[in-house]
Design a protein around this ligand. Structure first.
Ligand code: ADP
Ligand code: MG
Length: 597
């Protein structure tokens, strides 16, 4: 399962090679460097300012006790100085956070854009191998992870390091004896926290995995809700989901046991350490080696230092996850796109006639290398001819269409259009010369107008209406109150199959390709809409080389030539009457099967 694999990959070692990966994403910040650097300066200044706080707070107590050695002599003045520092620090933090957000949001929008551009240009075969959910999570959550890294994590890292260094320096300068004592206590705490922390992380990872599994169940059932209902399997699905839920709960509770123990230990240990430090400080004070103010600033510094150490521990885990995320993003950026350069042109090949030939084509899909879907297949189609390919389901008919559009590479033999190997054409031009109407039409979630114009984004209103007329779609479009502006719903769900089909035909009419492929385009229609759709198809097929892939033989009686596909190659060819005339032909057999049906 891809989800679990993702979890495993989540964390990466912090070695130089992995940091290089993070760095390559970091480079997206370069265009925004000025703001980034100003933000960094604010960050460092703010952190330093805050570290003055414990020192002055200590002075406040000493001044109150009558100490006049500092240059502020009055407690009101000192208190004001404290407030001033806090205020200044607040203002600086505001600008720092805002600047970092601007930089990281812009940079990550760039990362998402690059990623999307790359993904959409990857060959179909990549999408066969990768699940949509996985790709989506790279664009969304992985990039968000990095966004947090470059805004918060990085800032925190710098802030905590400043706190740690300044804090340690300050206490060592003011009270060296107590500092040494503290350094003996602190490591015990840190080690304990690390051990507990690891155990808790492992357990909460496990409960997250369980949660992911249960949401997969929910996702699947919602997507196939029709199947669930028609099999009345609601109760079954309910049980499956609730079993997953109890696993989520029990692992989470297991983790909570450790967290509870950890929290009570930490509270005890932390305050114990504080008591020890205060006790030792009090001892030093009794001996006159330290003022109350010094002790107070010392305790405050210790709290700051403790906080920064804990914070750094967290950051470590976040950096590891950020590396995992950047790796998954880079993986996609390293995939080869279909076109070497991004092609802007969507013009069809100049003066294309539409002669098609397959010469001894052998092909296997990458995921099933051992099965030859096409085996030494040869066929010829003359410009303007209407031909049909028939064959059993799974015979390879759609594969032929996909190879012609160069959706898959890696076939043996030659596939030519107008006597030129298809690989020699510009890919965008080649695809602009071929129109395909598939069996299941999936529209985009916009208006009917937008969906028709998808065939040619430059089409005028008149052209769109003309195409809708030719596709026999105008009648039903006009019957909607909103006309062309009618929204079709997600994937076109608000339209009937026949209506979707006619919109797809109008779209292809606008595209105006020289070569047309109808891939079982009428097989799922009812008799009534089939009639109208058939008229639309007749209009569409005019003056185009047309390849009809069909398993309903009624639709292909009148074509010029029929190819019968079997075992990966063309078994027979000829027109309907010729093939029917041959005794023992596969075609005869197919026709008989349908007559029986
Ligand atoms: P048809 O259109 O004639 O029903 P297809 O061309 O869709 O058949 O499929 C031919 C064979 O190739 C089938 O066995 C199918 O399972 C397999 N196939 C189709 N698409 C893929 C793919 N993307 N990856 C692997 N195998 C595929
Ligand atoms: Mg098919």
């Amino acid at each position: 399962m891809a989800r679990e694999k993702l979890k495993e990959e989540d964390k990466r070692k912090l070695n130089s090679e992995n940091f290089k990966k993070l760095y390559s994403i970091f480079q997206y910040l370069i265009p925004y460097r000025t703001k980034f650097i100003v933000g960094l300066i604010f960050l460092v200044v703010g952190s330093f300012l805050l570290m003055g706080f414990p020192y002055i707070a200590g002075k406040l107590i000493d001044v109150a006790g009558g100490d006049q050695s500092w240059y502020l002599k009055d407690i009101n003045q000192v208190a004001l100085a404290l407030m001033a520092i806090l205020f200044l620090q607040g203002v600086i933090s505001y600008f720092r956070v805002y600047l970092f957000a601007q930089v990281s949001e812009n940079a990550m929008a760039d990362v998402r854009n690059d990623l999307y551009k790359r993904l959409i240009h990857l060959p179909i075969n990549f999408f066969d191998k990768n699940r949509t959910g996985d790709l989506m999570s790279r664009i969304t959550s992985d990039v968000s992870m990095l966004q947090t890294t470059f805004s918060t994590t990085l800032a925190e890292l710098i802030r905590q390091v400043v706190t740690l260094v300044v804090g340690l320096t300050a206490i060592f300068i003011t009270t060296p004896a107590l500092s040494v004592f503290m350094l003996c206590v602190l490591p015990v705490l840190i080690v304990a926290a690390m051990i507990f922390g690891k155990k808790i992380r492992v357990l909460s990872r496990k409960s997250q995995d369980e949660l992911a599994i249960s949401s997969t169940i929910a996702e699947e059932t919602f997507q196939s809700i029709l199947a669930v209902k028609s099999f009345t399997n609601e109760t079954f699905e309910n049980r499956r989901f609730s079993a997953a839920q109890s696993r989520v709960a029990s692992t989470a509770i297991g983790a909570a046991k450790y967290r509870a123990a950890f929290i009570s230990f930490i509270i005890f240990a932390l305050f114990g350490a504080m008591v020890a430090i205060i006790w030792y400080g009090a001892l030093l004070m009794q001996r006159g080696e330290m003022s109350i103010g010094d002790l107070i600033s010392f305790v405050l510094y210790t709290a700051f230092i403790g906080g920064s150490i804990a914070g750094l521990g967290d950051l470590f885990g976040q950096l590891q996850r950020a590396i995992g995320a950047s790796e998954r993003i880079l993986e996609i950026q390293q995939e080869d796109t279909e076109h070497e350069e991004v092609v802007v042109s969507t013009q069809p090949v100049d003066n294309v006639l539409g002669n098609i030939s397959f010469e001894n084509v052998t092909f296997s899909y990458e995921s099933r290398k051992d099965i030859k879907v096409l085996n030494q297949l040869s066929l010829n189609i003359q410009s303007g001819e209407k031909v049909a390919i028939v064959g059993k389901s799974g015979a390879g008919k759609t594969t032929i269409a996909q190879l012609l559009m160069r959706l898959y590479k890696g076939y043996e033999g030659a596939i030519k259009i107008d006597n030129k190997e298809i690989g020699t054409y510009d890919l965008a031009q080649l695809r602009a010369s071929i129109g395909i109407v598939p069996q299941e039409i999936i529209l985009f979630g916009g208006s009917i107008r937008e969906n028709i114009a998808y065939g040619n984004p430059l089409a005028t209103e008149e052209e769109i209406i003309a195409a809708a007329k030719k596709a026999h779609a105008i009648e039903f479009i006009d019957s909607f109150p909103e006309g062309l502006d009618t929204l079709v719903g997600e994937r076109g769900i608000k339209l009937s199959g026949g209506q979707r089909q006619r919109i797809a035909i109008a779209r292809t009419i606008l595209k105006n390709p020289a070569i047309l492929i109808l891939d079982e385009a009428t097989s799922s229609l009812d008799a009534e809409s089939e009639n109208q759709v058939q008229q639309a198809f007749n209009e569409l097929m005019k003056n185009r080389t047309t390849l009809i892939i069909a398993h309903r033989l009624a639709t292909i009686k009148s074509v010029d030539n029929i190819f019968v596909l079997e075992n990966g190659s063309i078994k027979e060819s000829g027109n309907h009457d010729e093939l029917l005339g041959r005794t023992n032909s596969t075609y005869n057999h197919l026709v008989n099967l349908q007559l029986v049906e």
